[in-house]
Design a protein around this ligand. Sequence first.
Ligand SMILES: Nc1nc2c(ncn2[C@@H]2O[C@H](COP(=O)(O)OP(=O)(O)O)[C@@H](O)[C@H]2O)c(=O)[nH]1
Ligand SMILES: [Mg+2]
Length: 194
Amino acid sequence: MNRKYKIAVMGESNVGKTVFFGSYFHQVTDLSKGNYPVAIKSQASDDKITEIITQLFEKKQVVAGTDVRVDFSFSVDSLGMDIELVDLPGGFTTNRDYWDDEEVSKDLRNADGAFFFISAHDIIHNPSEALKINRAFADAISRIRANTQGEVKGRSDVPIWFIFTKGDTVPDVSVEILISQVPSLMDAAKKEQI
Ligand SMILES: Nc1nc2c(ncn2[C@@H]2O[C@H](COP(=O)(O)OP(=O)(O)O)[C@@H](O)[C@H]2O)c(=O)[nH]1
Ligand SMILES: [Mg+2]
């Protein structure tokens, strides 16, 4: 019996979420012709992921924007994991006005892990936009870390990952430099902070 894990996905429209997930699934499923441990069990998710991989790697076209929640859930049976992963339209996760209507708040409170997508291009070339998104993300991290009333286990150990996209547009910038540009997010994500 696999254990279920819910992953929250945060990132503005166009940051590169769908391209990242499409590339990930291309690498880890038998669509890239090897013997890989990841299984996509829901037919709807499988159809959607196959469509994205075909678009990116066979037709070599960019993918259309996401305007509804897209289920990317998958399983790694060898690790006993069922992973619930949903690709959301970007605006929902960076504009806090949507968080209650679109269940983003609930996703954050219940997440077993979270991905925050940040454009390396924006950090370097559009810092005011990056700062705006940082503020929304710092708020999201505090919701992930918050202790829900009555919950026994604290939330200080929920893993949070930052994914810097579009690194190819700023080839001379190291990941250390990118991290140094978002200190408030790194601090907010630290495990000890509750
Ligand atoms: N240069 C570059 N462009 C990217 C990268 N990832 C995504 N893009 C482009 O950014 C745009 C938005 O990507 P998409 O994955 O649809 O973003 P989403 O809205 O976050 O799902 C598309 O035109 C992609 O081709 C990357 O790593 N480098
Ligand atoms: Mg998308």
